[in-house]
Structure formats: structure tokens, C-alpha cells
Design a protein around this ligand. Sequence first.
Ligand code: HEM
Ligand code: HEM
Length: 233
Amino acid sequence: MKTLIWTLPTRIFHWLLALGFTTTYILGDFEEIINFHFAFGAFVSVLILFRLLFGLIGPKYSHFKDFPIGINHQKAFIKNYFSKDLYVGHNPVAALVMLTILLIGLLCGISGFLLTVDGNNILNTIGNTELLKDTHEVLANVFLGLVIMHLLGVLSDAVFHWKTGTLTSIFDGYKNVEAGNAKLNIFQKAFSFLWFVIPFIFFYLAFGLQPINSKENNEYKNERSRNEDGDDD
Ligand code: HEM
Ligand code: HEM
């Protein structure tokens, strides 16, 4: 029997996240066009923030209460991995990896944001920029590591639990399982509309940020300290 597990918002989120993360990660290495990195990074971060909220108010299977992350679930899953597929939504290991992806992704976005300043320089309050840069880079690489684990998990699932149809479920939403269909209420539909509009606004806003050590920002700081020295005289 085919059952709807991933409703449209979860699937749209998934593919925007996959594309957004890949683009942001690659753009991090191109200093001349770093504003595109800021824009895509902000897009991904806000997308993730909405997914975290959807985990609290969303439908069956996408709701965090349906993420079987407890130790007993992990044990049962590993013990039965080759004999039967016990889980309808995310399996216990997948649920842990998914949650970690969301949390690390959000922290990565926040650390990146703190490495920038806006036109009025009001964000530039961070003392140790080098430490923050290293933190941002480490978080981005942990994110990449989790994505690789995720892809290996999906591949292994496609081999050992191919009848469940997990791989195709992230495209059409359906798995071959006997369970209740996921369904969106009107509130969740309205929330989903904002979910896929607001990240584009942040994309646009973040494009105008400057790197914390940019030429313009250093000139601003020099000018400010000259003015302060002038005031002292
Ligand atoms: C940068 C790339 C990717 C990232 C960051 C990513 C991240 C995620 C996340 C966060 C979820 C949980 C969705 C939710 O509950 O809202 C998920 C689910 C899923 N992803 Fe990905 N994904 C990526 C690429 C891919 C690719 C290339 C495929 C397959 C071709 C794939 C297949 C799946 C499947 C099948 C699920 C559902 C798993 C399940 O039923 O437990 N993902 N992914
Ligand atoms: C989850 C989203 C993000 C990912 C995966 C990511 C990833 C990366 C990567 C891989 C680098 C290159 C690190 C290196 O090789 O030195 C980088 C650099 C950087 N990112 Fe992000 N980033 C994200 C979000 C953001 C955001 C939202 C901002 C700012 C609004 C930002 C600001 C920066 C800055 C300023 C650098 C340059 C740091 C330096 O000079 O070394 N990032 N990021």
C-alpha cells in the first residue's frame, strides 16, 4: 500500500536545502563574489529555522515527536537492520542525522552572519575574528560530513530496504508502507507559504553585508578612531 509520508513543504524544503547548501559551500571559497555566499548562506539558514519550527507544529512524520531518536529505538533499529524495516518516517539513525544537520546548519549560518557587518557597522562587536572564522569553517565541514553520512544512509537503505521506497519518497512523498497518510491543516499550509517566501527576502538583505575585515570596514574603523582622537585634543 502506498502511504503519503512527506507532504509537499517537507519535499520542497529538502530540495531547496540540498541545492542551497551545495551552492553556499562552494561559494565560500570565492572571496571576490563573497556576497553571493552571504545571500545563499542566509537563505539556507532561514530555511532551516522554519524547518525547526515545522518540527514543532508540522504534520505526522515531519513532527519532531515522530523522530525516534531514543536509545531503545537505536538498538532495535540496528538489531533488525538486515531482517526488517520497522520505521515508517525517518529511521532512528536518520532522525539523529537530520536533527544534527538542522542544528549545525543553523549554527553555521549564525557564525557566518557574525563574520559580517552591515552598512552602519552596528554588528561589528566580535572580538576574536580568527576564532570565529575557524568555528564557521569547522561547522561548514561538519555539515558536509553529515550530508555524506546522509547520502550513504540513503544508499544503504535503497539496497537493504528497497521495498519500502524511501529513496523515491523524497521526490513523490510516498512509501510502500501500511500507515496513516500525512495531512496538512490550514495553519500548516499558511505557515508553509511563509516558509518559502521569507528566505528569499533574507537572500536579498544579506547580499548587502560586508566581510568583517573588508577594505571598506577597515576604512570606516580608521576614520572613526581618527575622529575619536580628534575629540580628545
Ligand atoms: C546537500 C544535500 C542534502 C541535504 C543537506 C539533505 C538533507 C536532508 C534532510 C535535512 C532531510 C530530512 C527532511 C525533513 O525531515 O525535513 C532529508 C531527507 C531525505 N533525503 Fe536528503 N539531503 C541532501 C541530499 C539528498 C539527495 C541527493 C538524496 C537522494 C537522491 C536525498 C534523499 C533523501 C531522502 C530519501 C530523505 C528521506 C529519508 C527518510 O525517509 O528517512 N537527500 N535530507
Ligand atoms: C549554512 C550556511 C553556510 C555554509 C555551509 C557556509 C560555508 C562556508 C565555507 C565552506 C567557507 C569557506 C571557509 C574557508 O575555506 O575559509 C565560508 C566562509 C565564509 N562565510 Fe560562510 N557558510 C554559510 C553561511 C554563511 C552566512 C549566512 C554568512 C554571512 C552572512 C557567511 C559568511 C562567511 C564569511 C565572511 C566567510 C569568509 C571567512 C574567511 O575570510 O575565511 N557564511 N563559509
